[in-house]
Every structure is written in C-alpha cells, then in structure tokens.
Write a protein that binds this ligand. Sequence first.
Ligand SMILES: Cc1cc2nc3c(=O)[nH]c(=O)nc-3n(C[C@H](O)[C@H](O)[C@H](O)COP(=O)(O)OP(=O)(O)OC[C@H]3O[C@@H](n4cnc5c(N)ncnc54)[C@H](O)[C@@H]3O)c2cc1C
Length: 649
Amino acid sequence: MTMLQDRPATDTKLASKVPSGPLADKWDAFKAGAKLVNPNNKRKFKVIVVGTGLAGASAAATLAELGYQVDAFTFHDSPRRAHSIAAQGGINAAKNYRGDGDSVHRLFTDTIKGGDFRSREANVYRLAQVSVDIIDQMVAQGVPFAREYGGMLDNRSFGGAQVSRTFYARGQTGQQLLLGAYQQLARQIGLGGVRLFNRCELVDVVVIDGRAAGIVVRDLLTGEVASHAAHAVVLATGGYGNVYFLSTNAMNCNVTAAWRAHRRGAYFANPCYTQIHPTCIPQADATQSKLTLMSESLRNDGRVWVPKNADESRAAHEIPDSDRDYYLERLYPSFGNLAPRDISSRAAKRLVDKGQGVGPLKNGVYLDFADAIKRLGRDKVAERYGNLFEMYERIAGENPYEVPMRIYPATHYTMGGLWVDYELQTTIPGLYAAGEANFSDHGANRLGASALMQGLADGYFVLPYTIGNGLAPLLNKTVPGTDHPEFKRVEAEARDRFRAYLGVNGTRSPDWFHRELGKMIWDYCGMERDRNGLEKAMGEIPALYEEFKQDLRVTGTAEGVNQTLEKAGRVDDFFQLGMLMCKDALTREESCGGHFRVEYQTDEGEAKRDDENYCNVSAWEWTGDAAKSQLHEEALSFETVQLATRSYK
Ligand SMILES: Cc1cc2nc3c(=O)[nH]c(=O)nc-3n(C[C@H](O)[C@H](O)[C@H](O)COP(=O)(O)OP(=O)(O)OC[C@H]3O[C@@H](n4cnc5c(N)ncnc54)[C@H](O)[C@@H]3O)c2cc1C
C-alpha cells in the first residue's frame, strides 16, 4: 500500500499557471494580461503543428490567420482523413437554446462531476465558456448542423447531462466539423500561411537547452528521415486507445508522437484513465481487428435491457416486459439510459458476466428502439439515426428497425495524455499539446460529445492566445536551426531505430505482438483492474516486449512505403506505454471514473474514490525504462465545486 507520507509533493515543473481571481474571470484575466506579438512580428515566428484532426487543423488555420508561419504535419494523405472524421454523435455547447436550464456553470459542473473530480477546475470552466463560441464559429464556416422547425439549431442529450446541449449533423458530426476546419486550413495553405507536410510521421522531438526546438519526421513514401525547426511545436496527434489492439479508433491511431515527446522530457499524465464506451457492436470472433461504435446519441431513444433469466432462449420480441431488466432505468432512474459511459459500461459487464448477455456469443446487451418507433414513427427515428442503423445492419446483418441492436463496451477514448498547464504547454517549454493528445479536461471519465468541443476549444480559442504569450519573449532571438548537432544526433537515432526493426529478422509480425499486448492490457488494465492482475501485467508485458525485440519480423526495406515498418515503431511505443498504464493503475489505489479498481468499490459496486490521498493528477517522468518511470503529482483543489460522491441515481 502506498502511504500518504511516501507520496511526492506537487512538483515545481507541474505549476499549472492557473490565473488568480474568481473562477469565472480567470480566462478573461489571462487574455487581458497575456503578452502580445504585434501583427508584423508574427510572421517572424515559425510554429509546427503535428496532426490535422479537429484540434490540429483548427490550431494551424487560426495561427496562420493570425500571421504566424505554420508548418502542419500529418501521416495521412489528406488532413480530412484524421480520426476526428469518425465522430458521430455531436458536440456539446452551453447555448441553452432549449431553455431547459443549461448554462456555462452547468456544463462546467457536469464535466467536473462526469470526470469524477479528477480534472483541473479552471481548465474545465474555460472549456464550458468557449463552448458557445465554437458553435458560432462552425456555423459561420457552413457546418450543416441539424435544425428544428423554427430554424434554430437542434440539439439532443448525451450521457451525464439532464439538459439537451449536444449539437449534431445527423450521425456525421465529426465529418462535417472536420470539413469546416479543413476548409480554413486549405484556405491558409492556398495563401501560403500553412505549409502542409502529408504522409510524414513525427518520429522524435528535438529539445535543445531545455526548450522544444523542432521535430524529426519520417517520410512514409520514401522512408527519408528529416528535421524541421520552429519556435514552438504543437502536438495534436490524438489518443492512444489502440494500445488495446481492439478499439473503436481508426486503425492507425497511435501514441508515437506523445510517447517520443515523453521520452524527451514531457510528463505523461494519468495514462491509466481510458474510456470504455458502452455502445459498440460486440466482437463477433477472435480474429477481429476493429470494433465499431454505435453513437451514444442512440441512447436518447433506445432502451437498454437484458433478459432477467440467464437461460432465456426466446427471440427479443417474444420476451415480455415483465421478463426484461431495463437495468440502467432501474439502477439510475434520474439519468436512465443516458447514465455516463463508465457507469453504463460496468453495468453491462456485470450482467454479461452473470450470463445474462444476448446474441450468439452472449456477449452483448440489447439497445431497443421498438418503443421509440411506436412513439415517434419509423420515419422520425430514421431521420435521427438513419445512417447509424444502416451501418449497424451492414456489420451485424440484422435490421435494427425490426430487431434490437446488440451492444457491448469497447475501448474508445483516452483521458490520459501529455501533461499540460493552463496554457496547454507541456513540461518541455515551447512544446504544446492539444485535443485528445493532452490529458485535457475530462478527469477520469469524459462525457459524450465533449471531445470535439475540447479539441476545437484548444485549437480555435485557447492556443492562439497562449502561444503568443510564450512566443513574445523570443522576438528577435535566434533559435537553433536544423544544422544544430542535436538535430543530426536525433535524426541518426531515428534512422538506427528503424534499421534495427528490420534487422531483427525474427518470426512474428508487429501485428501479432500488438494483438497479444492488447489482450494483456484489456485483461489486466481494462474495464476493471486489481492489484493481482496489474502485478501480473507488470511481469508479462516486459517479457513479451523482450520477445518483440528478439523475434520481430519486418519485411521489405526502409526506403519507400513499408507499413509493417511503420507499425513496428508504433507497437514498440505501445509496449512502453502499456507498462506505464499498468504502473499508473497500480499506483492509484482508488476507483474513479474509468479507473475501476475492484478492491475499491461501494457495497453497490460503484467506484469508491479516495480524495484524501488521490485528489491529484499523476504525471510520469521518463527515466529510461517505462517500468521505472518517476511519479510526480499535481494536487487538485476545488474552489467552486464540492467534492461529492458521484451519483446518477
Ligand atoms: C468512432 C468514434 C466516434 C466518436 N464520436 C464522438 C462524438 O460524437 N463527439 C465527441 O465529442 N467525440 C467523439 N469521439 C472522440 C473524438 O472523435 C476524438 O477524441 C477527437 O476527434 C480527437 O481529435 P484530435 O484532433 O485530438 O485527434 P485526431 O482526429 O485523432 O487527429 C490526429 C492527427 O494527428 C496525426 N498524427 C498522429 N500521430 C502522428 C505522428 N506521429 N506524425 C504525424 N501526424 C500524426 C494524424 O494524422 C491526425 O491528423 C469519437 C471517437 C470515435 C473513435
């Protein structure tokens, strides 16, 4: 057991830089006091933005509009392929268009409570404040949000909220938002404000004299390794859910950018906080390599249930209401089917574990639209969710208008990420992280429709102010160029690393190792964790990693397109991250949000926090060995909200 007196105090490197003053005034106070770079001087600064999803595209476009020279990098062929495009359900904003009691304060408290009181109050308040501007910005860019009969933007409810604040464009909200942000990025590419480097993967970060000096990238078409220098670097490189192998994330989402920055000195925060989404299509067989999300928006109208009897053999429509357990409505009457994700996921797992699962493998629960179709009519349901129903039918081979959908939890989002201060700066000065790549504002559990909000808040409304504050003191000072020996050294290291993967000449593919690793992390550090399992993982993962180093087989060469080689680098980083996730989960001896330690639960099976010892952010420092990382803590203090037991009953 970790005793309180053994625990590190808040590190000076972890100064959050939250402005003083009342919570509601902090962001205005920051902006009023921030250093400015005058319009003519902005072009003297080069900013690198890695990632062109919602966070990166919005940051790159806005910084270029302001006048900075921006170099944007993505490993995709087009920015439009970023994983953000997959987002279905919607984006939150405290507009209160429905007049149903929403406000900035309510979005703020919902988010703090949703995150189980493990996020930084001032950041979350700012997020709620700027949420309203995001919608205006995106409407101005032509995003076709759904509208209601009066012409106002329509919205719906997502988990963990009792108001309707989720704006949506059918089931394609991420796609429409990304097209909006991409248009702005493309405009700046056309004007010369942004240089776009596509099919380029960041493989390292260069730090000189304690400051981020640039990045090293590998051209995925030629294999060439090259350096780029800048005054500031922004990582908007997404989340690391694919560490589990099976997840709802796009297949090539990975942790490399954040991990390589971590190895150069950026602390990694709360790595064990991962979100398992309750509404995914259950795995159909053991060889599957991807899981599909069915948007949380479906839980607005769909009712979740399982048969009361574990031996039930009747078809869903033959089972009368009296033999069904609408368990979310029973357990959490105030929020019902819209209970937050962590809570709904665990409830589903408990019932499936008890044998009440449905489907051929008994590994799912029903999400039933029969009542909604009766109440609203099939056309209305199709209007709201038509494309999601089609997608389900294509994958599951069942028509959800006729037969209830089957769903089960799957890895979806990572709340952990690079530690950042109020300015979104990591522990490496000059290196910023935005969107899912930072440890962000979601604490131990993210509420639905809040990731798009946070990515766009970071890119459009936060970084443009905070980066100027960081750059102003550098005016007319020389920064190292790519001819600096450190760039050459890091480039050489990267070339050697990729050559080494090719040189192992073993028998197993990177994919094989990834699947094995993912299974271990799912089993020991998934929806539930306990000391025994985590200790086992801390032994088994390093052993498998050794095997990876001895028995990896990468075919082809380092010159030209080689997706197996790309994958080897990413799996290498997943191994190191996986060890840190388990170490973090082992160290946090409490349950909170998505981090459910079996040993710490209430009599009713809910998460039991330990605010006395763990009301903090864990931030890990690289020491050269992922299993021996150094823990630092940022204490969390709450001025406005009362730390309370999270209840959705
Ligand atoms: C199926 C699905 C549905 C979702 N639906 C919703 C929803 O309805 N509402 C909501 O709020 N959230 C939703 N989310 C979550 C949300 O989509 C993501 O959290 C968000 O889009 C992440 O945006 P981002 O800009 O941070 O990263 P991403 O969109 O993942 O972009 C990452 C970018 O970084 C680049 N990149 C990464 N590594 C490197 C590297 N090493 N070198 C160069 N480039 C690199 C990629 O090419 C890409 O351009 C959903 C997630 C999933 C999986």
